[in-house]
Design a protein around this ligand. Structure first.
Ligand code: GLU
Length: 417
């Protein structure tokens, strides 16, 4: 089961790193499990007059640094283990980029593409009302994730406003909202662009010329599309793309803008530019310099890692490279930019959105992007320093920086009472 695998991978990494840094046992114990695991089963009226029962989750992992924070996923594979693993990754991610949030994750186990807009609206509203005051602008702040978007967040905010107790700053109860309803400039593109800012820092550091490079991308959803557009802006050529339907390969280059528009409409690679769909393996075997993984977890394992020809693998999604896959890539000298650093742009701009909402401000895009770049660069440089000084992988260096910070805060504050 893939969700179990991600949970195991995140827990194992946590244990490995906390042992290296001699974290206090009581702090290790607290962080090894989420604080709250909320599961709700709720009925929703379907368009045909029938009712369907849905299972929703909100896992609140830790809030020592600030309110719980993390996305809401709508996907048929959503499970307790997957959500627990992703909530822990959020705690570590927020600590890594030093924003005043803890970690959480939520979701509903269903495929949103099989439901009408009205059904989606009722599912989202009923889920939000079932969560009640378990979410709130200074308690737990959801955001978009796989299968959700700004519309989902606006429905959540509106429902919260109508049923929740807190009326103050109610629009800050979720981030990733539309601009009309209190969202921030630059939030929609933040995860994908942020991933490529990290690629730019890596390229500067390794003296790699992005403008002469080629790249491959898995997943052309929100993260993948913006990442691909930013790579193209840097002069890199898209030569392979993969999604659940298959793989498109064109060594002469695939038009990223046309592809992003096509994917938004059709949601599948099938039929794009008359190119023939190839196998999943063909994607991992393709020649390219940089491979961006922007789909789901557990994509690169023992089968895929030996085939990859890239110099750099970029985790736009959460957990796309398994520990076994990572060991093979590192052994082969292929660098990995890990998820908690690479895709942190989304939650960083979520933080900016929350700050703007609280202050009734609205910043210009240029200001958001400047602040985002600055924060990501600071995290990248700090992680690179640990990597060099302590001879660790990028992922281990990220965990070390984040967990040391959380450890220091616990030690200063003490454990209540
Ligand atoms: N779902 C995104 C993530 O995994 C964003 C979370 C947020 O903005 O709170 O990082």
């Amino acid at each position: 089961m893939s969700d179990r695998k991600l949970y195991q991978a995140v827990s194992d990494k946590f244990t490995e790193i906390t042992e290296q840094m001699a974290m206090h046992d009581s702090i290790k114990m607290i962080l090894s499990q989420p604080k709250n695991e909320i599961i709700v089963n709720f009925p929703v009226l379907m368009d045909d007059g029938s009712y369907q029962l849905f299972k929703g989750y909100r896992i609140q992992h830790n809030n020592i640094l600030g309110p719980f924070k993390g996305g809401i996923r709508f996907h048929p594979e959503v499970s307790l283990d997957e959500t627990k693993a992703l909530s822990m990754l959020m705690t570590i991610k927020c600590a890594l980029v030093q924003i005043p949030f803890g970690g959480a994750k939520g979701g509903i186990k269903f495929s949103p593409f099989k439901y009408s807009r009205e059904e989606l609206r009722r599912i989202t509203r009923r889920f939000t009302s079932a969560l009640g005051n378990n979410i709130g602008p200074s308690h737990d702040i959801p955001a978009p994730d796989v299968g959700t978007n700004s519309q989902t967040m606006v429905w959540m905010m509106d429902t919260y406003k109508n049923v929740g107790k807190t009326q103050e700053f109610h629009n800050a109860v979720v981030t990733g909202k539309s601009l009309n309803c209190g969202g921030s400039e630059g939030r929609n593109s933040a995860t994908g662009f942020g991933a490529i800012y990290n690629v730019e820092y890596w390229a500067e550091d390794t003296k790699f010329d992005l403008s002469k490079s080629t790249f491959a991308i898995q997943g052309m959803g929100n993260v993948g599309s913006f990442a691909a557009l930013k790579m193209a802006e840097n002069g890199s050529k898209l030569v392979a793309v993969n999604d659940y339907a298959g793989t498109l390969i064109d060594p002469n280059g695939i038009d990223v803008e046309a592809l992003a528009t096509y994917m938004q409409e059709k949601r599948t690679l099938e039929g794009f530019n008359g190119l023939k769909l190839q196998s999943r393996d063909a994607f991992f075997e393709a020649e390219n310099d940089i491979m961006i993984l922007a789909a789901l977890e557990n994509q690169v394992a023992e089968n895929e890692a030996p085939k990859i020809k890239s110099k750099l693998v970029v985790e736009g999604a959460n957990g796309p490279v398994t520990p076994e896959g990572e060991a093979i890539l590192l052994e082969r000298g292929i660098e990995i930019l890990p998820d908690i650093l690479t895709n942190a742009g989304g939650v960083v701009v979520s933080y900016f959105e929350w700050v703007q909402n609280k202050n009734s401000e609205s910043w210009e895009l240029e200001e958001v992007e400047r602040k985002l770049r600055k924060r990501l660069k600071r995290a990248f440089d700090a992680v690179r320093k640990i990597q060099i000084e302590e001879k660790k992988s990028m992922r281990d260096s990220c965990y070390l920086r984040a967990l040391n910070y959380i450890n220091d805060v616990y030690l200063e504050r003490g454990i209540f009472p």
